[in-house]
Design a protein around this ligand. Structure first.
Ligand code: FES
Length: 127
């Protein structure tokens, strides 16, 4: 797994969530009780951006419908989301934040439309 420098520590003050990119991977970086956490930026419910959400004592809250995801495991703690969100390992060193990404995590972090797991239009064709 390769670690990518994606932010300066000062860009993620306590209680804040912001969007960053590592190549094409979109990441919600948040800080709670001093620790930085990295998750996919796409809520597993309906793809809302978690970088528009809020840091809570329990986890990262999606502002669209109120799902909360555990910072460390990505498990949904409150519905409507039922599937965990991709969580990336984080290292914070010398004032910079590094996020570990491999192919599997990068794939899991895509929003559902990009991964093709949701049908966007009705099937066509047939006789
Ligand atoms: S899109 Fe996040 S809770 Fe619905």
């Amino acid at each position: 797994m390769e670690f990518h420098q994606i932010a300066r520590s000062g860009q993620i003050p306590e209680g804040v969530v912001r969007r960053f990119f590592a190549g094409e991977v979109e990441i919600a970086l948040s800080r709670s009780e001093g620790e930085v956490y990295a998750m996919s930026n796409y809520c597993t419910h309906l793809d809302c951006l978690l970088s528009s959400g809020r840091v809570t004592d329990e986890g990262l809250l999606c502002s669209c419908h109120g799902s909360v995801f555990d910072y460390e495991t990505g498990e949904p703690l409150h519905p409507p989301a039922t599937r965990p969100i991709a969580v990336f390992p984080v290292r914070e060193t010398d004032g910079y934040v590094f996020v570990g990404i491999d192919e599997e995590l990068a794939e899991a972090a895509k929003h559902r439309r990009a991964s093709g797991s949701r049908r966007l239009s009705p099937p066509t064709g047939g006789a």
